[in-house]
Ligand binder design. Structure first.
Ligand SMILES: Nc1ncnc2c1ncn2[C@@H]1O[C@H](COP(=O)(O)OP(=O)(O)OP(=O)(O)O)[C@@H](O)[C@H]1O
Ligand SMILES: [Mg+2]
Length: 363
């Protein structure tokens, strides 16, 4: 059969319509060409397959027949608007789009819109991708993330419970210790364990599994330490000046233990033999993801011959060890009153806590 020579036939004799049809069908995406009246002018093989019209009967249908009923009124409006201002763009950006198959089932899709000007007027070429596999893997990832979060929560919960067991064991042991001095040591070990347990409790109950609200934690730890300290001191004033600071998990434990040592020191040494007294704790966020913790009292101050840099007592060895671990700096002011300031990183720049080494023991 001879073909007309002209715009539809290339110089090599190949009919342009054939080429176009083959390109159209070779596309990996489903494609449909829609007129201003919403009627489908063309549909490729993939479009027929995607929507269940393998018999080629998409052509001549309204494009709205491929839209689930609940979206149809909106779709017709959007289509009219698009024809007034046609540009190349994705359809329904930010929204989940669904197509309606011939059998009534729905398929999640992504659509790119391209205005095409033809002799018949403006038409729109819609390239449609079935995103079922992507949705499925997104759902699987989301489910797996939820599962990991639940596991992490469970682990924090168990670590806290185990620490409570250790604390209870120490408590039972304390009952058998007659010597006041040794009782004190047992009791302090007990509060050290509870200091750590409180971090895990805060983490699993806050909904944030990787970082800790330092202000909330500090407030609760102060209450716990001052209430549990024997003899109970109701005459001591407690001041907390804090601005919002969060701590990464690997910073939280050393931070908690530093705070524990400094606060118990105040309770133990600063208010001895006098009534009244003030314990002041300050928490400030510093630039570069650092923080400043200050623990100060209005007691007699450190003994004149006491050197915090070389002291071999456990409390200061722990403080020095943890401050070093946090790449921090400890400043001690001698008086009047004792004042300890720790400046350190709060770990926000660190991406993961899973590869952290163990908390270092004191030197
Ligand atoms: N806030 C303070 N006010 C006065 N003296 C203090 C204060 N903090 C510490 N000291 C002095 O520093 C010493 C060392 O403190 P450190 O915490 O290292 O040991 P400790 O509290 O005696 O025992 P532990 O090792 O159980 O903590 C204390 O014994 C005390 O004399
Ligand atoms: Mg101490």
């Amino acid at each position: 059969m001879s073909r007309e020579v002209g715009a539809h036939v290339r110089p090599d004799g190949v009919h342009a319509e054939d080429v176009l049809r083959q390109i159209f069908d070779a596309s990996p995406s489903a494609m449909i060409l829609v007129g201003g009246d919403g009627v489908i002018r063309r549909a490729n093989v993939q479009a027929g397959r995607l929507f269940g019209y393998e018999d080629g009967s998409l052509v001549g249908r309204s494009v709205e027949s491929l839209v689930p009923e609940r979206f149809r009124p909106g779709h017709a409006n959007q289509r009219a608007m698009y024809f007034r201002d046609p540009i190349v763009r994705a359809m329904g950006e930010g929204r989940d789009l669904f197509g309606l198959r011939r059998d009534g089932s729905e398929v999640p899709i992504e659509i790119g819109l391209n205005p095409i000007r033809t002799a018949a007027g403006l038409e729109v070429l819609a390239a449609i991708i079935d995103i079922t596999p992507r949705k499925r893997s997104e759902d699987m990832l989301r489910a797996s993330l939820r599962e990991k979060e639940a596991l992490l929560r469970e682990i924090h919960h168990r670590v806290k419970n185990n620490m409570q067991v250790v604390s209870s064991l120490l408590n039972l042991q304390t009952d058998n210790v007659a010597d006041e001095r040794y009782r004190g040591l047992f009791e302090e070990c007990q509060t050290r364990v509870r200091t750590m347990a409180l971090i895990h409790e805060k983490l699993y109950s806050s909904g944030n599994l990787a970082s800790l609200d330092a202000v909330d934690y500090t407030r609760e730890l102060l209450q716990m330490l001052t209430r549990s300290y024997q003899p109970v001191r109701t005459d001591v004033r407690l001041l907390l000046e804090a601005e919002p600071v969060t701590l990464d998990l690997h910073v939280a434990i050393p931070f908690g233990l530093i705070l524990h040592e400094l606060v118990t020191n105040v309770m133990k040494h600063a208010f001895l033999g006098r009534s009244g007294g003030t314990l002041k704790v300050e928490l400030r966020a510093l630039p570069d993801d650092r923080l400043r913790l200050v623990v100060a009292d209005d007691g007699p101050g450190l003994p004149a011959d006491f050197d915090t840099a070389t002291a071999r007592s456990l409390g200061f060895r722990m403080v020095r060890g943890f401050v070093r671990q946090l790449d921090g700096e400890l400043t001690v002011s001698r008086g009047p009153g004792a004042r300890f300031a720790v400046e350190c990183g709060r770990g926000a720049a660190r991406a993961s806590t899973s590869t952290e080494p163990h908390q270092t023991p004191p030197e």
